[in-house]
Design a protein around this ligand. Structure first.
Ligand SMILES: Nc1ncnc2c1ncn2[C@@H]1O[C@H](COP(=O)(O)OP(=O)(O)OP(=O)(O)O)[C@@H](O)[C@H]1O
Length: 253
């Protein structure tokens, strides 16, 4: 994104002059207070909405210049809190294969294998025949993650993928994000509220505040910049060493 501006209401820009690159092959978390524009930034970055100024490039080309199917083969977006449709988990996950499907919409053998693989990765194979509307919030969230994985795009964009999940399931999803990155070579960009999860599982971070990106870089660079403390009005502490490190945000004294 280069010099990007976006406005919901023409009279005042909401995002102003944002320039940020999401590094290929990295897991990047975007954090920031409620309403600061994280989901909006993702929508602009994925070409869902048109910026009023600046450029958004995907693989060197304007993200909105791709045909929908072509873009969906490069970029998979799991939006925030999608409403569950009346279908089974397996049918939902199969929707992830839409960018590859024939005009009759039939699934090929490769499509079926991708659906199966995605359900296993997200641990929803045992729920395949369940109606989405009857699942818990966490089970449903995992089903939507599986649909996004079935899309098999190089870049996966997740807007709050750990919403509704208990802490064990949060670690499972973030562990899955790391495996997708390390074993499948996916570039992952996600918005997340839990600072410890963000700092623990990401390579890079971006901090947003009031429609602007106030810091971006490696986890260590962003932690050292104190931009997270400023954005949330907290004192962020890193305790422990190595894999026992934990990040704790305390109220400012
Ligand atoms: N479709 C829309 N039309 C008008 N305003 C919108 C629309 N979507 C979002 N907004 C406004 O834009 C601002 C930023 O919203 P956004 O969802 O990007 O924030 P966020 O940082 O993702 O918030 P949260 O952490 O609460 O999910 C909010 O004030 C919101 O009300």
């Amino acid at each position: 994104m280069r010099g990007v501006g976006f406005s919901y209401d023409r009279s005042r820009p909401f995002i102003e002059d944002v320039s940020i690159g999401f590094e290929r092959g990295a897991v990047t978390s975007i954090v920031g207070p409620n309403g600061c524009g994280k989901s909006t930034l993702l929508k602009v970055a994925c070409g869902i909405v048109r910026p009023c100024r600046g450029d958004v490039l995907l693989d060197g080309r304007n993200v909105r210049s791709y045909a929908a199917r072509e873009r969906a083969r490069r970029l998979a977006l799991l939006a925030q809190g999608p409403r569950p449709p009346a279908m089974t988990v397996e049918s939902l996950v199969a929707c992830g294969r839409f960018p590859y499907s024939s005009s009759q919409g039939r699934l090929s053998r490769a499509d079926r294998a991708a659906v199966e693989h995605a359900m296993e990765l997200a641990d929803v194979a045992c729920l395949r025949s369940c109606d989405l509307r009857r699942l818990s919030g966490g089970q449903r969230q995992r089903a939507f993650v599986a649909m996004t994985l079935a899309q098999d795009a190089d870049t996966v964009v997740l807007d709050e993928p750990t919403t509704y999940l208990d802490i064990g399931a949060c670690h499972d999803v973030m562990g899955l994000v790391r495996r997708l990155n390390e074993e499948c070579g996916k570039t992952v960009v996600l918005v997340i509220h839990d600072l410890d999860l963000a700092l623990r599982y990401s390579d890079r971070m971006a901090v947003m505040d009031a429609g602007a990106v106030t810091a971006a870089g490696t986890v260590d660079e962003v932690y050292a910049s104190r931009a997270i403390d400023e954005a949330f009005g907290v004192d962020l502490h890193r305790c422990g060493v190595g894999s026992d490190e934990v990040y704790v945000a305390l109220p400012r004294s």
